[in-house]
Design a protein around this ligand. Structure first.
Ligand code: G1P
Length: 309
């Protein structure tokens, strides 16, 4: 099985980031020095994908511009000998192709993926949710492609989450465990109540699905949150007799769909950045020296708001 095409849904309104996202798409907010969506495209390229279908919506044209050439800027960087920056803005554009489809109505993730149905033939397709950034030496999607190729079936990424947080995710019920990290899925439930969740293995935003997913999403009724859910489409694949495996993805997952998650991811990548890590470390060290002051502030905050951490 060869997986070379990916769908990236990027049509959401990004209300959790307002006012930053009034005009700027959430997917272009920087994680330290690079837009979130570029991280997932680079993960795809490192995993052997060279064809990206981005599902966008009104006011998201800047995403198209981001993945296009910019001759004046490139010339300038070239003449100034800024090769690293030149490569950062042009490398992925040269190695990949980008197609855009528009989701006219915000009807949910399942509907966004269904919108891209005409761009995919009878092949397995990768799906990246750009709110999930995976940091690991072996790229997240490369891990899934390995399993999909071995098992010749649909594969979704999962990770354990604290039990009280299951209702934020799609959650799997296991039919069979093959190895510490590989499961066959019996059932999937989107945003289950804490007491109804079949496990605490939550879906991470990386999938490899057969093209039958589009048919499985046809006529799907709204599910959790009153939206058409991709999870329900995958459940339909199982009901139609397809095998779905779940792989416990290796690496740290950052949820950059909220401001705190974006800050955590930014700090992580800043600390790994060749030119900035020392300065960021020094800044954290200085902050740490003030820890006593910070601890005092934290205690006060806890008392005032009657919260615990
Ligand atoms: C989506 C999926 C959910 C998955 C999650 C991972 O939910 O529907 O199954 O667990 O992404 O980030 P959303 O975050 O869009 O509510």
């Amino acid at each position: 099985m060869k997986v070379t095409k990916a769908i990236i849904p990027a049509a959401g309104l990004g209300t959790r980031f307002l006012p930053a996202t009034k005009i700027t798409p959430k997917e272009l907010l920087p994680i330290f020095d690079k837009p979130a969506i570029q991280y997932v495209v680079e993960e795809g390229v490192k995993s052997g994908i060279d064809n990206f279908v981005i599902v966008s919506s009104r006011n998201k044209q800047t995403i198209e511009n981001h993945f296009d050439i910019f001759p004046e800027l490139e010339e300038k960087l070239k003449s100034q000998g800024k090769d690293k920056l030149l490569s950062a803005i042009s490398k992925i554009i040269k190695s990949s192709s980008f197609t855009y489809v528009r989701q006219n109505e915000p009807l949910g993730l399942g509907h966004a993926i269904w919108t891209a149905r005409h761009t995919v033939g009878k092949e397995h397709v990768a799906i990246f949710l750009p709110d999930d950034i995976i940091d690991n030496p072996v790229p997240g999607m490369a891990q899934l492609i390995k399993v999909a190729t071995q098992e010749k079936c649909n594969v979704i990424a999962v990770q354990e989450v604290p039990k009280d947080q299951v209702s934020r995710y799609g959650v799997i019920d296991i039919r069979k465990q093959f190895s510490p990290n590989l499961f066959q899925v019996k059932e999937l439930v989107e945003k289950p109540a804490v007491n109804k969740a079949p496990s605490n293995l939550a879906i991470v935003g990386r999938y490899i699905l057969s093209s039958n997913i589009f048919e499985a999403l046809d006529d799907l009724r709204v599910g959790a949150n009153n939206e058409i859910q991709l999870t329900d489409g995958i459940q339909n694949l199982i009901l139609n007799g397809e095998k779905v495996f779940a792989y416990r993805m290796q690496g740290t997952r950052y949820d950059v769909g909220n401001p705190l998650g974006l800050l955590k991811a930014s700090l992580n990548f800043a600390l790994k950045h060749s030119e900035s890590s020392a300065a960021v470390l020094k800044y954290l060290y200085d902050l740490d020296k003030e820890l006593l002051v910070m601890q005092g502030k934290m205690e006060m905050f806890k008392k005032q708001k009657a919260v615990t951490f």
